[in-house]
Design a protein around this ligand. Structure first.
Ligand SMILES: Nc1ncnc2c1ncn2[C@@H]1O[C@H](COP(=O)(O)OP(=O)(O)O)[C@@H](O)[C@H]1O
Ligand SMILES: [Mg+2]
Length: 378
């Protein structure tokens, strides 16, 4: 097996020289090049290098900070610092941040080859034993919440998750722990649920969580709520926290459906959400409760960047119009989703989200979901 090397240097000539030298030896494979620290960080999960040759002075993110982040995020990657004479302070820092070795520029053929080979040989066994998980992401959390039931949280969460999964690695988590309906909407009623994860004492990594996750389609996984309401009490905040921490590292986006109460598991999720979509329908009771919900959110310290009001089943036939709704919420209404039973009901009854149905995707409702997902900057 070849030693996979990623070259990080802002000067193209330097990269070219290093490439030329390394390619003279059979043992090396150049997996990529980066011109700054940030690009290096971006490339590592894709290219999976064994060794990063890291220049210190680079724009955007310099080699020192990049080294610190790499050794934290990808401890099995060996960073070798390239530095010029007289940068000994920097060198010390680089080693402190976790670089394994350094080499002084300008270097000759032998010293470069030797340094990489020797360092790689010295660390490869130790590092390969590290239990490093394959992917490290930092998923955003988008939670669908309402202070009244039956307003369409689950319908919107499921269909938005399908839409987001077209561009992002997405997981949908059903946190309506008593009356979770997600499994019905995606025809997954027989699959394992979050309750099974709690029974598993080994839950310490993504691999241990995987058997309980339902693969709905490419890029969209789902973790279902328990099948029976009484199971909810077994799922405490600590377990939820553990699960979310693991999941955040493995997905770009975490869509959460919730129940209607502010219990401690829901609060954990709300606290940790990047966005909360507060769903209301156009009736007096829902509007009143949404207004109350909004003031609870305010008292929790969430601003209106985080909490977005979404009016579902938008329909002015029943005595409340757009102006009335806007009067209730001085805050901007983030999105309005049309009332459209012809699209929603068949999709629920067939256990297939309308965003996944060739005919129904042409509906105004589907377009509104598409716009909602686009407008939300995740
Ligand atoms: N945009 C919509 N148009 C028509 N009906 C809808 C719409 N959104 C939801 N519904 C209906 O409302 C019902 C409740 O939706 P659901 O997502 O289960 O609400 P929640 O999760 O908030 O309790 C669903 O059975 C569905 O038929
Ligand atoms: Mg629901």
């Amino acid at each position: 097996m070849k030693i996979k090397v990623l070259i990080a240097d802002d000067i193209k000539e330097t990269r070219d020289i290093i490439k030329k030298i390394l390619l003279l030896e059979d043992e090396f494979e150049i997996v990529g090049e980066a011109c700054d620290g940030e690009e290096t960080l971006r490339l590592i999960p894709k290219l999976k290098p064994d060794v990063v040759l890291m220049d210190i002075n680079m724009p955007v993110l310099n080699g020192l900070e990049a080294t610190e982040r790499i050794t934290k995020l990808y401890p099995n990657v060996i960073v070798i610092i390239m530095s010029v004479q007289g940068e000994s302070e920097y060198l010390k820092k680089a080693m402190f941040y976790g670089a394994k070795e350094y080499i002084i520029k300008p270097f000759n053929y032998e010293s470069l080859i030797e340094t990489i080979k020797v360092t790689y040989e010295r660390y490869k066994d130790i590092l390969s034993k590290l239990n490093v998980e394959e992917e490290i992401r930092d998923g955003k959390i988008v939670t669908f919440f309402s202070s009244k039931g039956g307003v369409g949280k689950t319908v919107l969460a499921v269909n938005s998750a399908v839409e987001f999964s077209k561009t992002k690695k997405t997981i949908l988590i059903d946190m309506d722990l008593m009356f979770g309906d997600v499994s019905l909407m995606v025809d997954g009623a027989n699959h394992k649920t979050i309750l099974d994860t709690i029974d598993d004492e080994q839950l310490d990594s993504y691999n241990s969580l995987k058997p309980y996750i339902f693969g709905y389609k490419e890029n969209l996984d789902i973790l279902f709520a328990p099948k029976k309401p009484e199971s909810a009490e077994y799922i405490g905040k600590d377990s939820v926290e553990k699960i979310f921490k693991i999941i955040k590292r493995h997905y770009d986006l975490i869509i959460v459906d919730t129940g209607i109460n502010f219990n401690d598991t829901t609060l954990y999720v709300l606290d940790n959400s990047d966005y909360i979509l507060l769903i209301s329908t156009m009736d007096i009771i829902s509007l009143k409760n949404t207004k109350l919900g909004l003031s609870v959110m305010k008292s929790l310290g969430y601003d209106n960047k985080k909490v977005k009001i979404v009016i579902n089943r938008f329909n002015t036939d029943y005595g409340i119009n757009k102006g009335d709704v806007e009067d209730v919420f001085k805050e901007n209404i983030f999105a309005s989703i049309p009332d459209d039973e012809k699209t929603v009901l068949p999709s629920i009854n067939n256990g297939k989200p309308f965003m996944d149905n060739n005919k129904l995707i042409k509906s105004k409702l589907a377009k509104a979901i598409e716009t909602l997902c686009k407008t939300l900057e995740v």
